[in-house]
Design a protein around this ligand. Structure first.
Ligand SMILES: [Zn+2]
Length: 353
């Protein structure tokens, strides 16, 4: 088999950034084989209102009008049930929750969920999706650090699901066996995104290698295997959300003891070939269509709308020929280094005729 066609793949978690980076980054959605992007709201300042979301959508549209941008709001104490109704009417697809201080631009994030129950009630009523960054902040007093931050969060997921059984919830970028099992234990209103890079990385790959460092961090080989296994099962609750999260080169590669590197792995420009390559590496190539297209679209009730359906074709790169991932992308003096820079991929996109 040397050609593979996928109907309307969708990326259910992507960071498209803001000016000036957005001009380069937004175009990479198409470059990676996608025309549907579920856009994260963690800008500075964060996207907290319908107006801001629509303004941001307008900016994205002005850069590449061929992509369907599904917008989200940033969960924060100023968000009201009224704003949820307004956002829903304006076509905003979801609300993203960040635990405080855990990842890029999350200073305004969540400490406790109870105060948001009226907002969740409204979301459940209008059938808007809640996207959870499922980690708790590190805390030496409770022995919490990046390695157990996700597992420690999971009781919050169960509590929310019990309180709002019809609210559609997505546990984003799962990295552990515990998270996979937690989502399995929930009803059909709870789903889970898996990134491409977490199918490749374990702790050893980011400890000492800043370009593989992201939040949540990749965990143990057994955790990576759990992510691969649930894709092999073809379980429709688990689908692709790339969490592609570019940072300028100088934020990823640092040389001072006092400044840490930014968390985020950049996969958007190579996304579909990368996912095909990875799935094939563990025998799941026949699950590609479900994982990148059908499962997420069914959960989000966003079948490729008329005029936006598109078949993407991949072809196998003959061994020994090109197909290397670029060392970097550069525009207006801003360099972005993609995941697996310089490495070969066994699949590439066939340019549309
Ligand atoms: Zn993210």
């Amino acid at each position: 088999m040397s050609l593979l066609s996928i109907p309307s793949p969708a990326d259910w978690h992507v960071h498209l950034r803001q000016k000036p980076l957005v001009y380069q980054v937004a175009k990479h959605v198409r470059a990676g084989g996608f025309k549907t992007a579920y856009v994260m709201p963690n800008l500075v300042p964060p996207i907290t209102t319908t107006e801001q979301a629509l303004e941001y959508k307008g900016l994205l549209h002005s850069i590449d009008a061929s992509v369907e941008y599904l917008m989200t709001l940033y969960l924060n104490p100023a968000l009201t049930p009224e704003e949820i109704h307004k956002a829903h009417k304006a076509g905003i697809a979801g609300v993203k929750s960040y635990p405080r201080g855990v990842t890029t631009n999350s200073d305004g994030g969540v400490e406790s969920y109870e105060i948001y129950y009226p907002v969740f009630e409204a979301m459940q009523e209008v059938d808007m999706v809640l996207n959870l960054h499922g980690e708790v902040p590190s805390n030496p007093d409770t022995n919490t650090c990046v390695l157990n931050a996700e597992e420690t969060f999971l009781p919050h997921l169960h509590k929310l699901h019990a309180a709002f059984p019809r609210l559609r919830i997505v546990l984003e970028h799962a990295t552990t066996l515990a998270a996979v099992n937690a989502v399995k234990a929930c009803g059909p209103s709870v789903a889970c995104t898996i990134t491409a890079h977490h199918l490749a990385l374990t702790v050893d790959d980011w400890a000492g290698q800043s370009f593989n460092f992201c939040k949540p961090v990749a965990k143990f080989p057994s955790d990576r295997q759990a992510l691969r296994d649930v894709i092999l099962e073809g379980n429709p609750k688990y689908f692709l959300g790339s969490d592609s999260a570019p940072h300028p080169l100088h934020r990823k590669s640092v040389s001072t003891p006092n400044v840490g590197c930014a968390a985020g792995v950049y996969t958007a420009p190579i996304l579909l070939p990368l996912v095909a390559h990875l799935l094939e590496s563990f025998g799941a190539l026949d699950r590609l269509e479900g994982f990148v297209s059908t499962f997420g679209r069914n959960f989000y009730k966003k079948l490729a709308s008329e005029g936006l359906e598109h078949n993407v074709t991949l072809r196998r790169v003959p061994e020994g020929t090109a197909g290397l991932i670029p060392e970097k992308y550069e525009e207006d003096g801003e360099a972005l280094v993609p995941f697996w820079a310089g490495k070969p991929l066994s699949w590439e996109l066939v340019p549309p005729a």
